[in-house]
Design a protein around this ligand. Structure first.
Ligand SMILES: [Fe+2]
Length: 234
């Protein structure tokens, strides 16, 4: 693993979360414009989502993912590892543009939901462990409101064994994960998805193509400083 010293970089930005292009990434193609990569001299990028909320709370995905990887039990390039989390993050942000879900919760879900897996197959309790790990890191690696954390915990805890939920943010979290099933040869089916936007043919095809080809978003290397081996280990 090639991991830069993320703690030497100040990504604690102020203002609104990063505005994403509607179309997301295409494999191997950079989509950043100057307005997406810089805001009044600050670093903004698709993979960082580092900002302080109006209440002074902050989220820095780069710091969080490096904390997760410090004692992640599985290969970081495995089926439930970094590239999956990155695609779930992209799926979630794309869905959020239309569902109106809480982007901070959706982004944190992408990183934490599989963070405490102990195997790549059946691991019934990994959602709750991921939720508990997020609880441990809250106040250290990130800070969000009580309401946001309640949503994050429920989303992580129930993401594998619950069909849907009344809350749109939790629905968006679960859809963002399920849309990446193509990485293990499963095409997402609308009946297993929660939000109307996730059920659309366009969304399923977009996400499934990226999952099926194990696309690694460019921000994984560029912003997170993590190099995924080109030759995947199966
Ligand atoms: Fe997942």
């Amino acid at each position: 693993m090639s991991v830069a010293d993320c703690r030497s970089v100040d990504y604690c930005l102020s203002g609104e979360p990063v505005r994403l292009p509607a179309s997301g990434h295409s494999p191997g193609t950079a989509h950043r414009s100057p307005s997406e990569t810089a805001d009044a001299g600050r670093v903004h990028s698709l993979g960082v989502l580092a900002y302080k909320t109006g209440k002074g709370k902050s989220v820095n995905l780069r710091l969080i993912i490096h904390r997760i990887l410090e004692d992640y039990a599985l290969p970081f390039h495995g089926d439930h590892g970094v590239s999956h989390w990155a695609r779930v993050l992209e799926n979630g942000r794309r869905l959020t543009e239309q569902t109106g879900a809480n982007l901070t919760v959706v982004s944190l879900f992408a990183l934490f939901h599989d963070s405490r897996r102990i195997n790549e197959c059946t691991d019934h309790d990994h959602g709750r462990r991921g939720a508990d790990f997020a609880a441990e890191q809250r106040g250290h690696e990130f800070d969000i409101s009580d309401h946001e954390f309640k949503l994050l915990y429920r989303a992580c805890e129930g993401h594998t064994h619950e069909r849907t939920h009344e809350d749109i943010t939790i629905q968006t979290c679960w859809d963002s994960d399920r849309l990446d099933l193509g990485r293990v040869g499963i095409t997402p089916h609308p009946s297993k998805l929660c939000t109307e936007v996730a059920k659309t043919k366009e969304m399923i095809q977009w996400a499934d193509a990226r999952a099926s080809f194990s696309v690694v978003p460019e921000f994984v290397l560029d912003d997170w400083g993590i190099e995924i081996p080109k030759q995947r280990i199966w």
